[in-house]
Design a binder for this molecule. Sequence first.
Ligand code: PMP
Length: 406
Amino acid sequence: TAAFDVEAIRRDFPILDQQINGKPLVYLDNGASSQKPIAVLDAMDRYYREMHSNVHRGAHTLGDRATSAFEGAREKVRAFLNADSTREIIWTRGTTEAINVVANGLAGRLKPGDEILVSHMEHHANIVPWQMVAERTGAKVVPIQITPQGELDPDSFNSLLGDRTRVLALTHVSNVLGTVNPIAPLIEQAKAHGVITVIDGAQAVPHFQPDVQALGCDFYVFSSHKLFGPTGVGVLYGKAQLLEEMPPFQGGGEMIERVSFERTTWNVLPYKFEAGTPPVAEAIGLGAAIDYLGNLDRNGMEASENALLTRANELVESVPGMEIIGTASQKVPVMSFKIAGLHPSDIGTLLDQQGIAIRTGHHCAMPLMDFYGVPGTARASFAFYNTLEEVEQLFTALQKIQRLFA
Ligand code: PMP
C-alpha cells in the first residue's frame, strides 16, 4: 500500500540485500533477532567516532556528551513505554537479565508456600529465574495451563490465582506460537489480589507499543536486539516504589552512593541497578531504533504484518501434511509448524539452501514442546520489512521440500 512502503523500508536495512547460497536472502528469523536499520548503525558509529568516553564521570566535555546521549536514550525508552519517569527505566543486558534482576529483587518477599504463577507458554528466561528463586525461598512455580489453540486457559488462571499467589510472570506474546495474551485484564485481576505482575515483552515490542501505565503492570522487560536495536542491552521497566524497595542485583561502581568498610549505601534510581560501566553505545543504538520506529506509520505497519500472516495461513493447505502449532485468535506474524515426515531441523537446513532463514528447535520453551508432544518446531517469524513475495517464496520452497523429502 502507499501508506506503508515496504520496498522503501527495506532500503533502510542493508543486510537484507544479499544472496545466501546463490539465492536472495529471505530473513524470517526475526523472533530470534531482528535486523538493524542504517539509522541505528549510524548512531552507534557517530557515538564512537565523536563522543565516546565513560558516562556519569564528569570533569570533561566528551564525558558530558556521552552522558547526555546515553541519558537521552533512556528518555526515548521511557516515552516508548509511556513510563512515568526515567527513574523507572533500568538498562540491563537483555530480557533474561531483567527478569533475573526482578526475581532476585523479589526473593525477600517470598516464603515457603508462596506461589509464582507463570504460564505453560513461557520462554525459559521467564521460568528458570523463578525456579532459582523458588529454590532459595521455598516458594513454588505454578504454570497456568493453555488450550490446544495456544491461548491461556482462563479457567486455569482463575483457579490458580489465589491467596498464595505473590507474583504473576507472564509473556505478552509467545515466541513460539505468536499468541498475544490478554494481559490487561489479567494484570487487573492479579492486582486485585495484591499480586506483583511481571510482563515479558521480548516478542511484543517488535510488533506494537505497550503503554505500561495503561496496563498497570509492575514490571515490563524487553531486549533491544529484537526491537531492531543492537545486542547487549535491554530494558527493565519497574514501578519506582517497588524498585526502591528491592535490593540491588549486582554490586560495584555506579550503583553506590557511598562506600566504606563499615557501611555502603545505594545510589538513587535507576543507577542502583546499574553496576559497572553500562552499555553506552548500545543504549544509544536502541534509542535510534525507537526513533526509527516512531517515524513509521504504525497502523500501516500493523496492517502489513497482518497481511503477511493472513497470506501464510492461506498457503498452509498448499503443503501436504503441514500443520500450524498455535492458532490463537490474537497473533503476531509468527508461525510455528510441522510437516508430516520431515524433522524440523531438516526443514531449516533445506530452506537455508534456498536462502530462507527460519529457526528450528525447542525455541527455549521446552515445557511448551512437551505440551504439544513435539521435540521442536520450525518457526517462521516476520517483521515489518518482510514482503508478501517472501511469504510466497517460503511456501514455494516448502512445497518443493515436502515433495522431494517427506
Ligand atoms: N522471552 C521471550 C519471549 C523471548 O522470545 C526471548 C528471546 N528468544 C527471551 C525472553 C530472552 O531474550 P534475551 O535472550 O534477549 O535475553
